[in-house]
Ligand binder design. Structure first.
Ligand SMILES: O=P(O)(O)OC[C@@]1(O)O[C@H](CO)[C@@H](O)[C@@H]1O
Length: 388
């Protein structure tokens, strides 16, 4: 089964807009957020110009991952317009090159400085997170189904980043009308069935998404639904807000030091779970690769094999799971997710063109409404492949 691979050279498409509208704004924000010198500023602006109207240049041969990117497909793309590369490839490479331009990997003063840290730090320190921490206290404190459903919903809508505990505490669950596919009952049934196994979570964004993700992790461990949770984060700054280990530590600290008792208790439990190995945070270079998960290397594949469930958060992980392709939206999710080494659940708000596993009647209704439902971030899916 196949479908057209998404590229960013179709004017007016979502992918085209990412390169032509979103990236110029992002680059401006990056060079305004830290006092980069003339060299870094020029390199960042050159990258933007190259990605919009130039030919795709290779990483410098002295870069530690030069060869890796050649193997990931760079060789066939060097010298061609960026828009001819698959969108997933080009977007991922853009973030790698942005780190090159800001000196993230180069020995020197900017080495290891996350160019997106000012945005992530501000979000985590902000009033919205304060309100989230307070709202945590309104959730049932016992490890009931009601709490589980509310936390799953918070982790899902945390990907939308304007909704989380505050909504779920009030609604007592999901914002059902915006869920275009909901297999959450299968997820809970499978976690109950496999009780005491290992659950993997492939994290997405830091801040207002990682916070509810970690609260869900705490629930899985404290309720006994999982004996161990492994959270996978990015090895380096990526797609602006993607979570790294530094973001996990900052989020656990934000919980621990919260003035609200519920949040503080969860933060302490997460700390102790890391101490005991019940909660493990891991990463791998492939999490910043420009390829679908279908192509994951054997060492990473073996880490997921044997997990009771892997939960993938967010839009980019969904694109990598099912393939960044224009599938008919009614294509079965299980058909495209079956390559993954364990049972999987996608928790994703829709922010790009890729979507599968939606009933024909729902697709017709959404199409008829005339809104850009695939990309406006309003809708979401909870999709499960139980591998049986
Ligand atoms: O994975 P997330 O954080 O949910 O969303 C990331 C994302 O929406 O941002 C990109 C635009 O820059 C999209 O191509 C991509 O899928």
């Amino acid at each position: 089964m196949t479908a057209p691979v998404i590229r960013s050279d179709v004017p007016g498409s979502f992918a085209w807009g990412v390169f032509h509208d979103r990236h110029p704004k992002l680059i401006q924000q990056v060079i305004d957020a830290l006092p980069y010198g003339p060299g870094e500023r020029a390199a960042v602006e050159d990258l933007l110009a190259e990605s919009i109207s130039g030919a795709l240049q290779p990483l410098s041969t002295s870069a530690h991952d030069h060869q890796q990117w050649v193997e990931w497909g760079g060789e066939g793309l060097h010298g061609r317009p960026w828009g001819e590369a698959p969108f997933l490839w080009a977007e991922s490479y853009f973030y790698r090159r942005l780190l090159e331009a800001t000196g993230y990997f180069r020995p020197g003063t900017w080495q290891g400085i996350d160019p997106f840290a000012p945005f992530k730090d501000a979000e985590l320190a902000g009033a919205a997170v304060d309100a989230e921490l307070v709202a945590l206290g309104d959730l049932p404190s016992e490890f009931t189904d009601k709490r589980a459903i509310a936390l799953l919903s918070s982790a899902l809508w945390g990907n939308r980043a304007d909704l989380s505990f505050q909504i779920t505490a009030e609604a007592g669950g999901s914002i059902a009308s915006d869920l275009v596919a909901d297999d959450s009952e299968s997820l809970w049934a499978e976690l109950e069935r496999a009780q005491g196994g290992r659950v993997c979570i492939i994290a997405d964004n830091a801040g207002r998404e990682l916070l509810p993700d970690l609260v869900l992790v705490d629930h899985l461990l404290a309720s006994g639904l999982a004996a161990q949770v492994v959270v996978y984060v990015k090895p380096q700054p990526y797609y602006v807000s993607d979570a790294t280990m530094a973001d996990v530590l900052a989020t656990v600290e934000r919980l621990r030091t919260a003035t609200t008792a519920a949040a503080g208790t969860i933060g302490e439990r997460l700390w102790r779970a890391m101490n005991s190995g019940a909660l493990v945070v891991r990463t791998h270079p492939f999490f910043c690769a420009p390829l679908p998960f279908h192509d994951m290397p054997a060492d990473l594949r073996s880490e997921f094999a044997g997990a009771a469930m892997t939960i993938l958060k967010g839009d980019l992980n969904y694109r990598r799971l099912v393939g960044d392709q224009l599938w008919p939206p009614t294509t079965a999710f299980t058909e495209l997710a079956s390559h993954f080494p364990s049972a999987v659940t996608a928790l994703r708000t829709l922010k790009s063109d890729v979507i599968v596993g939606v009933d024909a009647a729902v697709v017709a209704q959404l199409d008829n409404a005339g809104t850009p439902w695939r990309t406006n971030g309003r809708h979401a899916v909870i999709q499960v492949d139980l591998r049986r």
